[in-house]
Design a protein around this ligand. Structure first.
Ligand code: PHE
Length: 447
């Protein structure tokens, strides 16, 4: 533990692993493919990559800067730099987004846990992986059970604290996930009919690309990098003062992007090879990947078990960062101890998660947004509204209130390659204007 008792990452590898652990999760392996499939493939991927570079990377730096500068949670960070101003509300929005995202994130992570035990079903001759998926999400008891198990794991780790809990876990498991993805890619791209999937994924066709697709790409950039709600402010707050901040930001963005793009190489060839529908929505990964395993003979059982175990762990290292934001707020600002903050807030989030978890069974008649089910709707609100808005506010705060000169000073202490005027330009103009235009565009005011 450090001087002020909040804890610090022990090593650079520890920070990168934890921050990459936060970034890499269901966002990469579950959400990226299904959103790409929904919004048309290659054109979406291209827009996504551009937004990663011009919006994701500068906002990543910005959050880490605010965190390390203030050593606070998002609410505390705004309060420290703009005392007595309404900016704290931007921090609160982040904490609120943490509640919403984790509540349904845990439900999807619960699906991943349950799939550790489903290899018998999807490996059976003639198994219909779409039917298996529908069967598992429509089970009322099952949904709540796995969601409960996941939240319990998450609470236990966060209650353990920064070094012992989060850092230790993240470091070991990420490389194994990468190795397994590569094995899966090899199987997927060599399936008969895989080529059509590759061209869907890689060949941009802008004719079907809409303003809504733009917003979805932006939301995905924030979601996958854990930006816009203060997770990286919070993780930055445990970063040592002389650590190379821009370099760390590059590692995290780079690692996250590689994993997402690789996941696409597993999913899309398989989608087309098996004649599935790329716009299938939240079930896409859970339907496609087991179908790939089923093509691998007996080894498919073992790979399947390892894959879903790793997906669960990837989800866990992200979920703990979501809970950490909420917990850090109650620890720093309300002066609760870590255990109390974690357990009480964890239980509230668990309760909230029961709503999306029942969205395919008892509550399936409720489709609040554009006909989407409850889980999809929670996801939509969080990623298409709360996170981009949070990112916009961070950029406006640094660019127009606190000052990019101060941000640069904080970022560049210990930096090998320093951030400079291009960072300032992106944060002052490009990020706010782009997010604003994408918002307008998607509600149909433009376009
Ligand atoms: N980045 C995580 C993922 O890709 C999700 C996440 C979002 C985590 C926001 C923290 C904050 O799965």
């Amino acid at each position: 533990m450090s001087d002020n008792g909040r804890g610090h990452w022990q090593t650079r590898a520890g920070f990168v692993a934890a921050a990459a652990g936060s970034a890499i999760g269901l966002g990469n392996i579950w959400r990226f493919p299904f959103i790409t499939g929904r919004y048309g493939g290659g054109a979406f991927v291209l827009v996504y990559i551009l937004l990663l570079i011009f919006i994701g990377y500068p906002v990543m730096n910005s959050e880490l800067i605010l965190g390390r500068k203030t050593e606070k949670n998002p609410v505390g960070a705004y309060k420290a730099l703009a005392p007595g101003s309404p900016w704290a509300i931007a921090g609160f929005m982040g904490v609120a987004a943490g509640f919403i995202i984790l509540s349904y994130y845990s439900v999807v992570a619960g699906w991943a846990i349950s799939y550790i035990f489903k290899s018998g079903a999807y490996m059976a001759a003639g198994a219909d992986t779409a039917a298996i998926f529908v069967g598992s999400i429509t089970s009322t008891f099952g949904g709540i059970f796995w969601h409960t198990l996941f939240m319990a794991l998450c609470i236990a780790i966060v209650a353990g604290g920064v070094e012992q809990g989060i850092e230790k876990w993240s470091k070991i498991l990420m490389p194994v996930l990468l190795a397994l993805l590569i094995i899966l890619i090899i199987r997927s791209v060599t399936l008969p009919g895989a080529g059509e999937g590759l061209s869907f994924y890689l060949r941009p066709d802008f004719s079907a690309f809409t303003g809504e697709g733009f917003l979805a790409a932006l939301g995905q950039v924030f979601f996958t990098l854990s930006l816009g709600m203060g997770a990286m402010i919070t993780y930055g707050s445990y970063l040592k003062k002389d650590e190379d901040l821009p370099l760390n930001a590059k590692y995290v963005v780079g690692a996250d992007t590689i994993i997402a793009l690789l996941a696409g190489f597993v999913i899309f060839p398989a989608v087309f090879a098996f004649g599935l529908e790329p716009a299938a929505g939240p079930g896409l990964t859970f339907i496609t990947i087991p179908a790939v395993f089923a093509q691998m003979g007996a080894a498919g059982h073992i790979f399947g078990i390892i894959f879903f175990a790793l997906l669960t762990i990837a989800a866990l290292t992200s979920a703990i960062s979501l809970l950490e934001v909420v917990a850090a707020y109650f620890i720093d600002e309300i002066k609760w101890d870590r255990k109390k903050a974690t357990v009480i807030m964890g239980i509230i989030i668990w309760l909230l998660g029961i709503i999306p978890s029942l969205g395919y069974s008892t509550l399936s008649h409720i489709t609040p947004i554009m006909g989407m089910d409850l889980l999809d709707s929670f996801d939509f609100v969080a990623n298409n509204i709360l996170l981009p808005l949070g990112g916009l506010l961070i950029a406006v705060f640094i660019g127009w209130f606190w000052g990019t000169d101060k941000a640069l000073e904080e970022a560049n202490r210990g930096a090998s390659t320093k951030l400079g005027s291009s960072y300032s330009f992106l944060i002052k103009y490009v990020v706010p204007i782009a997010v604003f235009i994408v918002f307008l565009n998607s509600v149909g005011i433009l376009g």
